[in-house]
Ligand binder design. Structure first.
Ligand code: 5RP
Length: 229
């Protein structure tokens, strides 16, 4: 008789990497916390060591609410000058640690908290590892009155940009702005691309994380957690 072990589901892989990220949390310190379904697994795991940390700086209202519900104090980003580590998910990550983020519309605050941290630890299931960025629609947070002209700039690059909707209305971010999702880009030079788009008038943040790339990626795969540095 042969027995076969069912492969782990995507949700189980997220749980695995969420738990694995605990070893990067420094006791006695404040940890930077991202946003998304993978980070939710990390937050749940973090509750097991909440008495060993001072608290967290959070990248979204949703993560703040989850942290506080578990009794983890949340500090304003202005109250800290540096974090040892920021832990967050990604929509795409390449072998160099460059990422596309913002599927959960939290990209601007994610970049702000990541910029406070000495180390970015990305947690993701293996579906997020890509040879090159650009397949996932690129989120760009924009000031609403600039959305049209920014969309036309992407169209001039051969891409298409659509306003992200929620319940039939433009989605409003935690910062009161809108999101464009851009399809059809090939992001072969992430550092230059991020710098270029970020200086277009009306762009709050582009969802390419190249200047704030991951130093470590904990990737959930069939064999367990693979660490990429
Ligand atoms: C939110 C993000 C998330 O990190 C990204 O969308 C991945 O989310 P998930 O873990 O749910 O796949 O950038 O703005």
């Amino acid at each position: 008789m042969t027995t076969s072990i069912a492969p782990l589901s995507q949700d189980e892989l997220k749980t695995l990497v969420g738990q694995a990220a605990l070893r990067y949390v420094v006791p006695g310190e404040i940890v930077g916390v991202g946003t998304g379904s993978t980070v939710n697994k990390f937050i749940d795991a973090l509750a097991s060591m909440k008495d060993q940390i001072k608290g967290a700086v959070s990248s979204s209202v949703a993560s703040t609410e989850r942290l506080q519900a578990l009794g983890i104090p949340v500090f304003d980003a202005n109250a800290v000058t540096s974090l040892s580590v920021y832990i967050d998910g990604a929509d795409e990550i390449d072998g160099q640690g460059y990422m596309v983020k913002g599927g959960g519309a939290a990209l601007t605050r994610e970049k702000i908290v990541a910029a406070l941290a000495q180390q970015f630890v990305c947690i993701a299931d293996e579906s997020k590892l890509v040879p090159a960025l650009g397949n996932f629609p690129l989120p760009v947070e924009v000031i609403p009155m600039a959305a049209g002209q920014i969309a036309r700039k992407f169209e001039a690059m051969g891409a298409t940009a659509t306003l992200r909707l929620k319940d039939g209305q433009p989605l409003v971010t935690d910062n009161g702005q809108h999101i464009l999702d851009v399809r059809g880009l090939q992001i072969s030079a992430p550092l230059a691309f991020e710098s270029e788009v970020n200086q277009w008038p009306g762009v709050v943040t582009v969802g390419v994380f190249a200047h704030q790339k991951a130093q470590v990626c904990l990737l959930g795969c069939a064999e367990g957690v693979r660490t990429i540095t």
